[in-house]
Design a protein around this ligand. Structure first.
Ligand SMILES: Cc1cc2nc3c(=O)[nH]c(=O)nc-3n(C[C@H](O)[C@H](O)[C@H](O)COP(=O)(O)OP(=O)(O)OC[C@H]3O[C@@H](n4cnc5c(N)ncnc54)[C@H](O)[C@@H]3O)c2cc1C
Length: 283
């Protein structure tokens, strides 16, 4: 490779920095482009196409925006695009499919390669490229995002941004059972999440759902309470730095993903953790 262009959603955006690490692994000169102004995927893609003249690869973050913009680039250039890549070996890639349940080996048949980096498959710490161009393209007549409505979290930290997520599954037993999870989350300045069984039962709103068809979270700590660990759930929390699983079934799949495990009844374990935290804080 002689040069690789990276589409950045910002020079400190974690998924974009992970894309930079993928770009560096390809070898050659790595330079970035970011955009100032409203989100306008088709226009941004046209700018990337212009900058991509003569480069060997264009890499983006494995975010909704990264995948959408790179899909536009792919359509513009009529070239194949491999999304959510975990490794590149020459023309061959490994990429994540089906919400993290499948790793696909594929061959990319084009000179100019188009990739997005699978979230959390690469280290973000090496930082942004030395050279980053910030563009403010003319958006007249373009489809663009005119307003961003953040979900109403009632002043609490949002699920996507929380450093701690206390998440409940079928094992919680009822909507009322989430009271103990709310209490623990509040003590940890965290947010409450849940599995799809919980939203299907109407115990929590869909905005609280973590997983393949819910929110993807990447907290410092994810506390899974009475959650079995289905692949569709893990797809939403595998970005967590540490996972504490509390489950009364020692064979539960969630333990295979856990850094810390407590085998026990959440109705005893969660209040015990809360009580210990209060004691430690003298409250
Ligand atoms: C296309 C598709 C998309 C999906 N998307 C999502 C998604 O985005 N998010 C998601 O979560 N799921 C999703 N699912 C559903 C997923 O497959 C599982 O069915 C779901 O995650 C299971 O939820 P659960 O772990 O709460 O329930 P269960 O699998 O029933 O597990 C409950 C767990 O609680 C434990 N338990 C019970 N009582 C207690 C107790 N008192 N103390 C401690 N532990 C206890 C049990 O041992 C068990 O492990 C999807 C499925 C499909 C097909």
């Amino acid at each position: 490779m002689t040069s690789v262009l990276v589409f950045l959603e910002g020079t400190s955006d974690e998924l974009s920095l992970q894309a930079v690490t993928l770009a560096r692994s390809l070898g050659g000169d790595v330079f970035g482009v970011e955009f100032d102004g409203p989100y306008a995927p088709a226009v941004w893609a046209a700018e990337i196409v212009r900058l991509a003249d003569g480069v060997d690869a264009v890499v983006g973050p494995g975010s909704d925006r990264g995948n959408e913009v790179l899909a536009h680039v792919s359509a513009h250039l009529d070239l194949p695009f491999a999304a959510n890549v975990t490794e590149v070996r020459g023309d061959e890639v490994t990429r994540v499919r089906w919400g993290g349940t499948l790793l696909e080996e594929a061959r990319v048949h084009s000179e100019l390669k188009l990739f997005t980096a699978a979230p959390f498959a690469f280290d973000a710490s090496p930082g942004p490229p030395d050279r980053v161009e910030t563009l403010r393209p003319d958006l007249a007549g373009a489809v663009q995002a005119v307003e961003h409505l953040a979900p109403d979290t009632g002043g609490k930290v949002s699920l996507a941004d929380a450093k701690v997520v206390v998440s409940g599954g079928r094992g919680v037993g009822s909507a009322e059972g989430f009271g103990m999870l709310e209490e623990l989350a509040a003590l940890l300045d965290g947010a409450v999440g849940c599995s799809r069984v919980v939203t299907s039962a109407g115990w929590r709103p869909h905005t609280d759902q973590v997983g393949q068809t819910g929110t993807k979270v990447s907290p410092e700590l994810y506390i899974a309470c009475g959650i079995s660990g289905a692949t569709q759930h893990i797809a939403g929390c595998k970005g967590a730095k540490k996972l504490l699983a509390i489950n009364n079934d020692p064979e539960a799949t969630i333990f295979a993903h856990a850094d810390y495990a407590v085998i026990g009844d959440i109705h005893e374990v969660v209040p015990a953790i809360t009580a210990e935290l209060r004691k430690a804080r003298g409250a």
